[in-house]
Design a protein around this ligand. Structure first.
Ligand code: HEC
Length: 118
C-alpha cells in the first residue's frame, strides 16, 4: 500500500516536472517570436537613424529639416522612393520636390525599415 502511494507520488512528480519543462520550452518559443518582431523594427530603427535623419526627423511621425514625416510608409513606398527615387503607381507624394537621392544599397534593409516605420 505504502509502496503504491510512493510510486504514484513519484510518477506524479515526474509528470509535473515534465509539464514544467514543457511550459518553459513554450515560454521560450513565445518569447523568441516576440523577439523576432522587435528585432526587425530595431534593426530598421538603426538604419533609419544612420541613413535618414540627415533630412527626416529622428521621430518619423514629424517633419524633418528637409524630408516630410514618413511614419506609416508602406513597404511599396519605401522600395520605390528609397531604392529608385520614385513612387508607387497612383501614390500622391507629400512633396512635389525630388530632393531625396535614391539609396539602392538599402534594398536588403527595406523590410526592417518598413517594420520600424509601421
Ligand atoms: C538628403 C535628404 C534625405 C535623405 C538622406 C532621406 N530622405 Fe526621404 N525624403 C527627403 C525629401 C526632401 C523628401 C520629399 C520628396 C523629395 O524631395 O524627394 C523625402 C521623401 C521621402 C518619402 C516619401 C514621403 C511621401 O509620402 O511622399 C519617403 C518614404 C522617404 N523619404 C523615406 C526615406 C528613408 C526611409 C530614408 C532613409 C533610408 C530617407 N528618406 C532618406 C529627403 C531625404
Amino acid at each position: 500500500m505504502n509502496l503504491t502511494v510512493a510510486t504514484l507520488h513519484g510518477r506524479l512528480r515526474g509528470e509535473m516536472r515534465w509539464r514544467a519543462s514543457l511550459i518553459a520550452v513554450l515560454a521560450l518559443v513565445v518569447a523568441g517570436c516576440g523577439q523576432n518582431g522587435n528585432d526587425a523594427a530595431s534593426r530598421g530603427k538603426q538604419v533609419y537613424l544612420t541613413e535618414c535623419i540627415a533630412c527626416h526627423n529622428p521621430d518619423p511621425a514629424r517633419d524633418g529639416v528637409l524630408g516630410p514625416a514618413i511614419k506609416g510608409a508602406s513597404r511599396e513606398l519605401l522600395e520605390a522612393k528609397v531604392l529608385r527615387g520614385a513612387y508607387p503607381p497612383g501614390y500622391t507624394p507629400k512633396r512635389a520636390t525630388a530632393l531625396m537621392p535614391p539609396i539602392p544599397k538599402l534594398a536588403p534593409k527595406i523590410p526592417d525599415l518598413a517594420a520600424f516605420l509601421r
